[in-house]
Structure formats: C-alpha cells, structure tokens
Write a protein of this length. Structure first.
Length: 215
C-alpha cells in the first residue's frame, strides 16, 4: 500500500533525494497517522500487537484504504500469529452434504474448505476438472489445480483472470485464517505474481467472488 502513494499527494515535503523504493517510507506513514515508527513497523510486519481502534483508523486514513482494504487489514490484525493459538479444526463434510453433492447429477458441484481445499465433489467435477479424491490429500485443492494444472488453462477461456482472482481469494482466506502456517504451502506454491502474464487487480479493485457449486 505504501508503494502506491506519493509524498506530494500525501502533503509531505518533496526532496531531491533518491528513494530506494517507490512510495512512502514507514516513518512517513507513521507521521501521517500520528503514531511512532516502531508501532507502525510492528503493524506492517504482523508482529504480536493489539492496537487501539483509534490507531487502526489513523493508519487506515494515512494509507488511504478503501472499505475492502480496511476490512482485510482488520482481518490480518485480528489473526496475528500467536504461539498459544489452538490448531485449526479438522475439516469434515456432513453425510447429508455428501449425499446432496452426489444427487446434483449433471451439474458440477464442489464442497470447499479453508484454502479452497476440495472436501467433496461429484462425478461431473471428475469429468470437467479432475478426480480430486484420487489425488494425494495435500493436492486436493482447487486453487492449486487452477494455477498449476496445464489443463486448467484450456478449460478457462480467460485463465489469467481466473488465476488472479484465485490468488486474491486465497489472500483474503489467509488473512482470516492464518493458522496453522503450514497450510499455506499446499495451495500457495506458485503465487500469481511469478506467473508470466498474470496480474492481480489493482488496490481497491473488486472483492474476489466466492466459489459456488457449478463454478
């Protein structure tokens, strides 16, 4: 977020000194928010800190966050890593939901868990995507399949847009449910930023859509 801001637009004095990175420095954001540089640094790095609502609002204004970006920041702050954090519960599908997915018939249907893990799918998903139940457990992930499977590039007409939206959805999920951290490695092996020709939506762009059965 700092990288998109310019000193003159933020009302800060301009200098002739060359900036090593684009945008504002941490100390400049801290100055705009009226907090210490150390406080802002801890916030940005996701270190264990519980800021007051006034500090959060001040930082959001300094960074000029829109409603979506502010909500994401609150998710990240609320879920700062903690050594006392209990492990995430095992993801399970109720028997009735299993039966419903199978009964849908000619429409592809998926039950997705955290990180878009595929918990259940029907026969049409097996035909259209892949037989997720036959894959190793750590590979049963829709995002992983969309980004890494060559067949996905043929299935989706605008694969680049689908891949970018997939990673945006993962970022929101990781912000809300960052534990346990090893979960991230399964589905985030190839971030969209390093995929040729794929670009994320600019800051303030539309929120990622939720995956729904038949998507």
């Amino acid at each position: 977020m700092r990288a998109r801001m310019r000193p003159e637009a933020a009302g800060l004095p301009t200098t002739t000194a060359v900036r090593r990175v684009p945008g504002l420095r941490r100390e400049e954001i801290a100055q705009l928010a009226g907090v210490s540089t150390d406080c802002y640094k801890r916030l940005e790095q996701g270190r264990q800190i519980r800021p007051s609502q006034a500090v959060v609002d001040a930082v959001a204004r300094a960074l000029r966050l829109d409603a979506t970006e502010r909500a994401h920041m609150l998710d990240l702050l609320h879920n700062c890593p903690s050594s006392s954090k209990s492990p995430a519960p095992v993801q399970r599908v109720r028997p009735g939901l299993w039966q419903l997915v199978d009964a849908i018939g000619d429409t592809p249907a998926l039950v997705l868990g955290r990180r878009t893990d595929v918990l259940s799918s029907n026969r049409m998903v097996d035909l259209l995507f892949t037989a997720f139940s036959d894959l190793p457990v750590r590979e049963r992930n829709l995002s992983r399949w969309i980004i890494l499977e060559p067949g996905a590039r043929e299935l989706f007409r605008d694969w680049k847009a689908v891949a970018a939206e997939t990673v945006a959805t993962l970022r929101v999920d990781v912000g809300r449910h960052p534990h346990p951290p090893q979960d991230h490695r399964t589905c985030c092996r190839a971030p969209v930023g390093v995929l040729p020709g794929v670009h994320l939506a600019p800051p303030g762009g539309p929120r990622p859509r939720r995956y729904v059965p038949g998507w």
